[in-house]
Design a protein around this ligand. Structure first.
Ligand SMILES: [Zn+2]
Length: 278
């Protein structure tokens, strides 16, 4: 405390407790009787209503379902009348809600957890499909849920819903993610080179890079055909010599013509798919 007060220049003087209203004014100097028709106060209270990001129709649908759901109807009762002392006699669903009871409230007849609307069991599948609209990934769906809705274990349910989404499954399998590959640095220049074809303003270029020195060669080619690529490579090899290994994509470097060319000059080819499987 001394250290904290060092930055102030204090003058300490004594004041008897009965003269110190300011310190805890609201607990000691409150108004004795109830206040009736305080329009200003009413205005303030109604303006700190929580804004629920849903249409009026959706809200009234959820209210109806909440009142029909035995678990949530009980939760409403507990919020108003007080929760039981312990959770021993409660159902598993109620036990989960018991743990967060201090953050549950009622607003516009809905049960809220913080700012999020608590959703009944029979609306959950519908809500999951709304969260996953546009087939967003798991993290984005969870972020959407955090802004609007809640139920116990909602994160797991989002996970399972997306993992079983047929549309997502179809595209996930068609587009496998290859791991990022780490290459060892070769022992000398031009031992291992990588190549790819890039397109810029309608023109194709063969890009070759040496793994040792990071030297780049760029040749413009007429098209992505392997004949064109071989022609450009011969040009490059005539300057730098033959490498031991070439690392590339499958297309067009995995074609018969290209492989034949490499065999003739004794260069080994590693395509990215082969690499990933090693
Ligand atoms: Zn999906």
């Amino acid at each position: 405390m001394c250290l904290r007060l060092m930055k102030y220049q204090l003058e300490v003087s004594y004041l008897p407790g009965k003269q110190m209203f300011i310190a805890d004014m609201l607990s000691r100097a409150f108004l004795k009787g109830p206040v009736k028709n305080d329009t200003e106060n009413n205005f303030i209270v109604h303006n700190i209503d929580k804004k629920i990001p849903m249409s009026a129709n959706k809200i009234s649908e959820i209210v109806g379902e909440t009142n029909n759901d035995t678990t949530l109807a009980l939760v409403k009762k507990f919020i108003v009348q007080g929760w039981p002392k312990n959770n021993k006699s409660l159902s598993p669903e109620l036990k989960n809600l018991f743990q967060i009871r201090s953050e549950l409230s009622i607003e516009n007849d809905l049960i809220l957890f913080g700012d999020r609307v608590v959703i009944t069991k029979n609306l959950r599948i519908l809500m999951l499909s709304k969260l996953h609209e546009g087939h967003l990934g798991i993290n984005k769906c969870r972020a959407r849920a955090r802004e609007s809705i809640f139920w116990p274990n909602i994160s797991n349910d989002i996970n399972n819903f997306i993992l079983n989404c047929e549309v997502c499954l179809k595209f996930r399998n068609n587009n496998p993610k290859l791991p990022l590959l780490q290459h060892n640095i070769p022992e000398r220049p031009w031992q291992e080179i990588a190549m790819d074809i890039c397109e810029f303003q309608g023109n194709f270029f063969l890009v070759v890079i040496d793994y040792f020195s990071r030297w780049i060669e760029l040749k413009d080619i007429k098209n992505k055909d392997s004949v064109e690529v071989v022609k450009a490579l011969k040009n490059i090899f005539s300057v730098h010599g033959f490498p031991e290994t070439i690392i590339s994509d499958n297309n067009p470097f995995n074609s018969f013509y290209f492989k034949n060319f490499l065999n003739e000059i004794n260069i080994s080819l590693k395509t990215s798919i082969q690499e990933a499987m090693v």
